[in-house]
Design a protein around this ligand. Structure first.
Ligand SMILES: [Zn+2]
Length: 631
C-alpha cells in the first residue's frame, strides 16, 4: 500500500464483495474473445519515450493478475485484466488488430500491394511500435492507405508513426476520413481545451500510481499514451452512407454516423471479409453521452439510430465485429445481439430520461432511479465502465433542458465559496461539521461526507483535518466505483487534497494540430483569451496579412470583444504581415516575436504599439487550476 493511500474500510470491502455476486454471468467468454487470433503478444508491453517516462507501459499493470482486492470494484478489475491482453491478433484472413499499444486499437487490412492502416492511435511512437510488431510477423509491406474512423485524437494522433507525410504525398497514399473530420479534429480542443485537459488528467488518473489502490484502467483501455501527437490531413472525405471505395484492391462500404460518439464519425464494412468496423459507436462498455472531462453533449437518440442502421446495412453480412477500443467478437448472431443491445442501451437511457423529465423530475432525481432492463444489465458490454447511467442521464437532461432544473431556489445560488461559508456557519462551524461528518464516515455514507466536508474545505481551505477527511471519503468512493473515470476522478481528488496540485499539465497544442487550424479558428481562439474587463475601453483595428498561403483578416476590438472578418479595414491602426508558418511558431512558443521579425518572417506596418496593446490584452490561463479546493 502506498504511504499516502489508505486501505478500504469495512463498508467498502463489503460492498465490493457484494458487487461480485451481482456481476453478469459468462465471465469467461470475453477472455476467449480477447485472446482469439493471437499471432504475437506485445512483450514487454513498453514503448520508450524521450523523457523520464515511457510513452507507453503496460508492465505496471501486472498486479491485475491477482484476485480483486478490497480497494477495487471486481467488475472494473476484470475489465483491466481484459484490456491488458496486448498484441497482434488475426481477426480474419488479412485483417489484423493491434491492441494494447495505447488506449485505442489500430487495425491493418492487407491489400494487393501493401496495407491499409485504420486509426493510428494517439502517439506516433506507439503506432510505430504496433506497426513494427505487425511487420515482424507479416513482412515489410508498405502502407497503401490510411483511414481515420473519427475526429478524436486517439484515432489519428499516431499517423506519422505509420507513414511520413512526405512519403504519403509522394506515393499518393489515400487518407480517408468522414466528412468534417479535419475541422472537428482540430477544433475539438480550441475553445475549452485547457479546462478539458486539466479535467482529463483527473478522468484518466494521469498522476495516480498504478496499483490496487490507484489507477487500474480507463475503461476504453488502460490509459492514454504520452508521445508525439501528429495529424496527416485526409485526402478523401467520405460524404455519404453507402459510398464505396477501393483501396489497394480492398473494397470498403462506408456508413456515416455524424453526431454519435464524435461529430465526424463513420463505420465501414469489408464485404470480402464479412468484417464490420463499428468505430467507437459500440465498445465493451456503456459509452459517454457526455464525457466527464467536459465536451458538448452527444445525442443518444441519433447514436441508437445509427447503430440500428448499421445492423440493417451490414448485420447479416458480418462474421467479425471490431471497434476502436477493447476486443472484437465473432459470429453473426453474437454480433447482431451485441449491436442490438448497444443500440437499445442508448435508446433506453434517452427515452426513459425524457419520459421522467416530462413528469417533472430533474436530472439528479432521474439519474438515481433509472435502472437498466435486466436483459441489458446482465451484459458485460453494457456495464458502466466508461459511461454511467448516472452521468449519462444528467447529460441527456442537460442536452434538452440545460443546467437549470426549474426550481427558482436553484436559479440564483451563491457560488461555492460563499455557499460553503454560510453552510458551515449554519451547521455550527467547521468543528461541528467535521464531527458529524466523521459519524457519517463511520456509517459508510461517503457520498454525504464528500458533500458536507467539501463545504468546510471551500470555507476554510487551510483546514487540514477537513482536507484529510474529504480525501478519505473520496478515496473510498473511488475504491467502490465500477466506472473507471469515476474511480480516477475520486482518487485524483483525494491525491490533490493530500499532496496539492503539483506537476500541472502543459497547455501547448500539438504542432500538426496547430498547423491545420484555419486562421479564422486561430482568431476565434484568440477572441476567447481576450481579458474582457481590461479590454472594456480598448478600441483597436488591426489587420492580419497572412502569407504562404495568403489570406487577410480585419480584427476589431471594441466593447470588450475581439471580432474578425475576412478582408482588411479601411484604416487599420496596425498591420501584421506574417508567414503562416511563423504564426504557428508563435502559437507553439517555439519562436519569439523579435526573432521572427529579424528573420524577415514577420513585420508590423503602422503603429506597432497597437499590436502590442492587443497582445497585452490576452489572458494566460493556468492549466493546473484548482479543482477540489477554492481557486
Ligand atoms: Zn476512441
Amino acid at each position: 500500500m502506498n504511504a499516502s493511500t489508505k486501505p478500504a474500510t469495512a463498508h467498502t470491502a463489503r460492498r465490493n464483495r457484494e458487487a461480485l455476486d451481482s456481476l453478469p454471468p459468462d465471465a469467461e467468454r470475453d477472455f476467449e474473445e480477447a485472446r482469439r487470433g493471437l499471432v504475437a503478444a506485445f512483450e514487454p508491453p513498453l514503448v520508450e519515450g524521450e523523457g523520464r517516462h515511457p510513452t507507453w507501459d503496460l508492465r505496471p499493470y501486472r498486479f491485475l493478475d491477482g484476485e480483486p482486492p478490497e480497494t477495487a470494484h471486481p467488475g472494473l478489475w476484470r475489465l483491466g485484466q481484459l484490456n491488458r491482453i496486448a498484441g497482434l491478433f488475426e481477426l480474419a484472413p488479412g485483417l489484423y488488430q493491434l491492441r494494447g499499444f495505447d488506449i485505442s486499437n489500430m487495425h491493418v487490412i492487407e491489400g494487393q500491394r501493401g496495407i491499409v492502416v485504420v486509426d493510428p492511435l494517439i502517439s506516433a511512437e506507439c503506432a510505430a511500435a504496433a506497426l513494427a510488431l505487425y511487420r515482424e510477423h507479416r513482412g515489410g509491406r508498405p502502407v497503401t492507405g490510411l483511414i481515420y474512423t473519427h475526429s478524436h485524437v486517439d484515432h489519428f494522433g499516431g499517423a506519422r508513426g505509420v507513414i511520413a507525410p512526405e512519403e504519403a504525398e509522394e506515393r499518393g497514399v489515400p487518407i480517408l476520413a468522414p466528412g468534417g473530420f479535419l475541422h472537428h479534429a482540430v477544433s475539438e480542443n480550441v475553445f475549452a481545451g485547457i479546462a478539458m485537459g486539466r479535467r482529463a488528467g483527473y478522468m484518466f488518473g494521469a498522476r495516480l500510481r498504478r496499483g490496487p489502490d490507484g489507477q487500474l484502467g480507463a475503461g476504453l483501455g488502460q490509459t492514454n499514451s504520452v508521445g508525439t501527437i501528429s495529424l496527416l490531413p485526409p485526402t478523401r472525405e467520405i460524404e455519404a452512407t453507402g459510398q464505396e471505395e477501393e483501396i489497394d484492391g480492398v473494397r470498403f462500404a462506408f456508413q456515416l454516423t455524424p453526431g454519435t460518439e464524435a461529430p465526424a464519425e463513420m463505420n465501414f464494412h469489408l464485404p470480402e471479409l464479412e468484417a464490420l468496423c463499428i468505430a467507437d459507436n459500440a465498445v465493451r462498455s456503456m459509452h459517454n453521452v457526455l464525457t466527464p472531462r467536459g465536451a458538448l453533449v452527444r445525442d443518444p437518440r441519433l447514436w441508437a439510430h445509427h447503430l440500428d442502421e448499421a445492423i440493417e446495412l451490414f448485420g447479416d453480412r458480418s462474421e467479425v465485429l471490431f471497434a476502436g477500443h477493447n476486443w472484437p467478437c465473432w459470429g453473426r448472431e453474437r454480433i447482431a445481439e451485441m449491436l442490438e443491445k448497444q443500440r437499445d442501451l442508448y435508446a433506453y437511457l434517452h427515452d426513459q430520461t425524457l419520459r421522467l423529465l416530462n413528469e417533472g423530475q430533474t436530472g439528479s432525481e432521474i439519474a438515481e432511479q433509472i435502472e437498466l432492463p435486466p436483459s441489458l444489465a446482465r451484459e458485460w458490454h453494457c456495464r458502466e465502465y466508461y459511461g454511467s447511467v448516472s452521468h449519462n442521464v444528467k447529460a441527456i437532461y442537460q442536452r434538452y433542458m440545460g443546467w437549470f432544473d426549474g426550481n427558482p431556489a436553484h436559479l440564483w445560488e451563491h457560488p461555492p465559496v460563499e455557499r460553503a461559508r454560510r453552510y458551515v456557519e449554519c451547521m455550527g462551524g467547521a468543528e461541528a461539521v467535521l464531527e458529524r461528518a466523521r459519524e457519517s464516515f463511520e456509517a459508510g455514507d461517503y457520498r454525504w461526507v464528500a458533500e458536507a466536508v467539501n463545504h468546510v474545505v471551500f470555507a476554510e481551505p487551510g483546514n487540514r483535518e477537513a482536507r484529510e477527511l474529504q480525501a478519505d471519503a473520496l478515496e473510498q468512493l473511488g475504491y467502490g466505483a465500477e466506472n473507471a473515470s469515476w474511480r480516477n476522478f475520486f482518487l485524483m481528488g483525494a491525491r490533490e487534497l493530500r499532496e496539492g496540485v503539483g506537476g500541472a499539465p502543459t497547455a501547448s497544442a500539438p504542432r500538426d494540430v496547430v498547423a491545420n487550424l484555419s486562421v479564422a479558428q486561430l482568431l476565434d481562439a484568440m477572441a476567447i483569451r481576450l481579458d474582457g474587463p481590461r479590454a472594456w475601453e480598448a478600441e483597436l483595428r488591426i489587420d492580419w496579412v497572412v502569407t504562404e498561403p495568403d489570406e487577410t483578416h480585419a480584427i476589431t476590438v471594441r466593447n470588450g470583444v475581439l471580432r474578425h472578418r475576412p478582408g482588411r479595414h479601411e484604416r487599420a491602426g496596425a498591420t501584421l504581415v506574417v508567414e503562416r508558418g511563423a504564426l504557428d511558431e508563435l502559437l507553439l512558443k517555439t519562436a519569439e516575436f523579435a526573432e521572427l521579425a529579424e528573420g524577415g518572417r514577420l513585420r508590423v506596418e503602422g503603429d506597432g504599439a497597437k499590436l502590442g496593446e492587443l497582445l497585452g490584452l490576452l489572458d494566460e490561463p493556468d492549466p493546473g487550476f484548482a479543482i477540489v479546493t477554492p481557486k
